[in-house]
Ligand binder design. Structure first.
Ligand code: SF4
Length: 311
């Protein structure tokens, strides 16, 4: 009998920063206010800015109740996934309801661009840990690095990060993602640090992509350089570069291995993969795309269905 599929949950999976993490995905694949040059979810996708219930929160909660009834063992519940979770207008309701269901701490991973909005800050304040991002110390680098929606203004965004710090009582961890040649010259590093001093997060976490980046301008930064920046910035800064942005979870590598195992036995469609591994559809799509990008699998159409097989 095949496992009942989860559409919005994935894991729990090991995460270096958070322990075992149950992922909750509340926006459709690559629904985001930005289009970062290092994004692993695809490039040249249009940015979203409207807050709405992109996926029904009641359906997410039904899955969560089912997961808890099955005996959930996790250190945290992480709202993140395949885009920008604060775009979902039901985020506050979701966080309130999770708090009624369980004592497990809840984390929101966000790019932080909507924290200038009162409603988004009020929603995020219900979490235990909030992990926003800041990759640029000035508007030009922000534009180059993150390609934000045209309605997002750099100063307003940083102001939002500062205001949230003043209001939020939980843990506030800021992630800075570096791409060599884009935000790694001494002046860019100095400007980012200047903004961090204004924002005053509890921790600063430095990241770079450990996987191939498709964008020609986004080269990864060496571990030596990240360590150097961490030392320069002081005690509350750490390097977390084993994990790439918003693909926080070892899940994606272990998920890839499981898919490859399955495909070694026979070619499968995306539906077969979701059903066979009990995977969230967005995550399965993401994993399949990564395996295609790295040429580990190939796609073949048969009777109007796409099948994937080992290359
Ligand atoms: S890396 Fe994150 S914030 Fe940037 S475009 Fe991708 S999903 Fe959005």
């Amino acid at each position: 009998m095949s496992k009942e599929t989860y559409h919005y949950l994935f894991g729990p999976v090991p995460s270096r920063r958070l322990g075992r993490s149950l992922g909750v995905d509340i926006v459709p694949f690559k629904t985001c206010t930005q289009n970062c040059i290092y994004c692993q979810l695809g490039k040249d996708t249009p940015q979203a800015i409207e807050r709405k219930e992109y996926v029904p929160i009641d359906a997410v909660l039904d899955e969560l109740k089912r997961k808890i009834a099955e005996g959930l063992e996790t250190d945290v519940i992480t709202i993140s996934g395949s885009g920008e979770p604060t775009l979902n207008s039901g985020l506050g309701k979701l966080l309130d309801s999770i708090k009624q269901l369980t004592d497990v701490p809840v984390v929101v991973i966000t790019n932080g661009t909507l924290l200038s909005r009162d409603d988004v800050r009020a929603d995020c304040a219900k979490a235990d840990i909030v992990m926003p991002s800041l990759d640029a110390g000035d508007p030009q680098t922000f534009e180059t690095m993150n390609h934000p929606h045209p309605d997002i203004d750099y100063d307003t965004y940083v102001e939002g990060l500062c205001r949230f710090r003043q209001e939020f009582k939980g843990s506030y961890w800021l992630e800075v993602f570096f791409c060599e040649g884009v935000n790694t010259d001494p002046e860019s590093i100095r400007k980012i640090k200047e903004q961090i001093l204004r924002i005053r997060p509890d921790k600063v976490q430095l990241n770079t992509s450990v996987r191939p980046i498709t964008h020609p301008d986004a080269a990864r930064v060496s571990p030596e350089k990240l360590n150097q920046i961490a030392q320069q910035w002081g005690n509350s800064t750490e390097v977390i570069a084993d994990f790439s942005k918003h693909i926080e979870t070892g899940a994606f590598t272990s998920g890839q291995a499981e898919i490859l195992d399955m495909l070694r036995r026979r070619p499968c469609s995306a539906d077969d993969i979701c059903d066979g591994l009990g995977l969230n559809r967005n995550i399965a799509q993401k994993l399949i795309q990564q395996l295609l990008n790295t040429a580990k699998i190939v796609a073949e159409e048969k009777k109007q269905t796409i099948y994937y097989k080992i290359r």
